[in-house]
Write a protein that binds this ligand. Structure first.
Ligand code: ATP
Ligand code: MG
Length: 571
């Protein structure tokens, strides 16, 4: 069914939607909208792919169409089943469904071969014996035309014979290619007799040893789209110059002709979005795998605590454009906070514990206070939090020598313990050798149950805490940006993005304490640790001890950045 009325609730318009609507109006594809997401299974998907996934599946959904998942698996040497599985898991996790339309370019190898034979018969393709280096030399440059291959004018019969023997495995790797016969003087380098097939005696993860010639991406891509009846083939800008070639192939073959539309790829500050570079990070051990929470892969973001909703919201907000730009990672984090603010229950956790004894609180007594799970959503209810004589607070929340405007704890100062009582620090115990503060003694005011002073005295600081006897031990992993530069590729002469790796991107705290309500917290569940940020339960918790990842700290810098951007635009 076609959707023609655009209400205010539909996603914002963009140039791709304009093109699709134009095609619907002119009935170019019989009212159909059929897109595809075509990953090459040579790595894990990253946030850039999410933009393409949301776009392709989103457009199909909005126009009542279909979106295929197609693995562009034309390169046997770099592809693995592990990647195929991870890609499917990630697309599903993002919230999209390709139904029974899981396709592989390798399923079309036979058809592509037939198409190639057709071009040979038309005199539009030939077998060339130049080596890869010679082909490069003959290609010319942007300013000089190329030279025609001496094999260009082979007869159709000879070409058919040689091509068949290429397939049969008679020739060595790299000894021959099949090339399109177009124009060695074309100003577009892609049109200078591009290679369609190369000889490669390699085992393919799906076709095994059936083939020893493999189609190039340029030859496979447009025809795969055509075979699947794709109407709008959406790709990133670097393929703009390939479009004339794809059009040429389709026109020569006279088959269904999808419309290719290019958009700008996502670039994100402090991040590399190239599978090649991400693979280097994994293989050289700069991170602990493709799903390391510092990675911009979807599996890394998921483990870090990103929700599919926040990523979809981000992709919607960045929109699509025809010009390259750099998106501030603060926007991604902002979308995440907005989502987690709604869904994450608040709990208390102490990352760097400092022991606090309430001298006048009865030994052995325990009070269970009601604590609101999410002030944003009363429907999320309350839980009980135990209070007792010995607590832990955050080391950072105490200063022996406080600066001006210090509202947290200091000798003689009174603060509020969230959900509980007002306490006053009466004594500081230090390690004799190191001088380090190891314990605080406080008194509590029994009249302030729940945290309010009946005499209305002002207490500005409110601290989180846990009861020492009840708290659970936990490990907390704090993450910082993986790169120290907004543009990681901006490296000194002779070096690359690796030179900008942040040596402090991971900090592991092993002595943390969390409130007992977190016992049995499920892997992947999200929490706001009061005053500290959003955290989620890491799969490593399955080994026994609770392990949390800090997803993001609380402070949101996006509003400030957005204001600056608007000011700059206004100028
Ligand atoms: P990479 O450079 O990371 O290897 P790729 O383009 O080679 O990316 P593919 O597996 O070929 O990776 O990509 C599948 C789809 O995702 C393509 O349609 C591609 O255009 C799109 N895509 C890849 N990276 C981005 C990005 N940064 N922003 C938007 N779309 C992207
Ligand atoms: Mg690619």
């Amino acid at each position: 069914m076609r959707k023609t009325d655009r209400t205010a609730s539909t996603p914002s318009s963009n140039f791709i939607r304009d093109i699709i609507e134009e095609d619907l109006r002119t009935d170019r594809y019989g009212g159909r909208v059929h897109t595809r997401f075509p990953p090459e299974p040579n790595g894990y998907l990253h946030i850039g792919h999410a933009k393409s996934i949301c776009l392709n599946f989103g457009l199909a959904a909005d126009y009542g169409g279909l979106c295929n998942l197609r693995f562009d698996d034309t390169n046997p040497t770099k592809e693995e089943i592990e990647y195929v599985e991870s890609i499917k898991e990630d697309v599903r996790w993002l919230g999209f469904d390709w139904g029974d339309r899981e396709f592989y370019a390798s399923d079309y190898f036979e058809q592509l071969y037939e198409y190639a034979v057709q071009l040979i018969k038309k005199g539009k393709a030939y077998v060339c014996d130049l080596s890869p280096e010679e082909i490069r030399e003959y290609r010319g440059t942007l300013t000089e035309p190329g030279k025609e291959s001496p094999y260009r004018n082979r007869s159709v019969e000879e070409n058919l014979d040689l091509f068949e023997r290429m397939r049969a495995g008679e020739f060595e790797d790299g000894s021959r290619t099949l090339r399109a016969k177009i124009d060695m003087a074309s100003p577009n380098m892609n049109m200078r007799d591009p290679v369609m097939y190369r000889i490669l005696h390699a085992t393919h993860h799906r076709t095994g040893d059936k083939w020893c010639i493999y189609p190039t991406y340029d030859w496979a891509h447009g025809q795969s789209d055509s075979i699947e009846g794709i109407t709008h083939s959406i790709c990133t800008l670097e393929f703009e110059d390939h479009r004339p070639l794809y059009d040429w192939f389709l026109d020569q073959l006279g088959i269904h002709h999808p419309r290719q539309i290019e958009f700008a790829r996502l670039n994100l500050s402090y991040t590399v979005l190239s599978k090649r570079k991400l693979r280097i990070l994994v293989e050289e051990g700069h991170v602990n795998g493709w799903d390391d929470p510092r990675m911009p892969t979807l599996s890394g973001l998921r483990r870090r605590g990103y929700t599919p909703e926040s990523i979809r919201d981000f992709c919607e907000r960045i929109g699509v454009a025809r010009a390259d730009s750099l998106v501030d990672i603060a926007l991604l984090e902002h979308c995440l906070r907005e989502d987690l603010n709604k869904r994450a229950p608040r709990v208390m956790a102490v990352l760097r514990p400092l022991r606090m004894v309430i001298d006048n609180y009865p030994e052995g007594q325990v009070e269970w206070f009601d604590a609101v799970n999410n002030p944003e959503d009363p429907g999320m209810g309350t839980r009980k939090v135990p209070f007792s004589r010995v607590l832990y607070i955050e080391q950072d929340d105490f200063r022996e020598d406080p600066p001006k405007k210090w509202f947290r704890l200091a000798p003689g100062r009174e603060v509020r313990l969230k959900h509980a009582y007002l306490v006053t620090c009466v004594q500081v115990v230090k390690d004799e050798q190191t001088g380090e503060v190891v314990e605080l003694h406080c008194t509590y005011d029994p009249e302030t149950r729940g945290g309010a002073a009946p005499d209305g005295r002002k207490v500005r600081g409110t601290l989180h805490w846990v009861s020492a006897a009840h708290a659970l031990e936990a490990e907390v992993r704090l993450y910082n940006r993986l790169f120290t530069k907004a543009d990681p590729d901006d490296a000194p002469e002779g070096l690359d993005f690796r030179a900008n790796l942040n040596p402090n991107s991971l900090e592991v705290l092993t002595e943390c304490r969390v409130e007992p309500s977190l016992a049995g917290a499920e892997v992947g569940s999200h929490y706001q640790f009061l005053r500290l940020g959003y955290f989620c339960v890491d799969p490593d918790s399955l080994a026994g001890k609770l392990v949390f990842n800090r997803t993001v700290p609380l402070r949101d810098t996006w509003a400030k950045i957005e204001r600056k951007i608007k000011e700059q635009r206004g100028k």
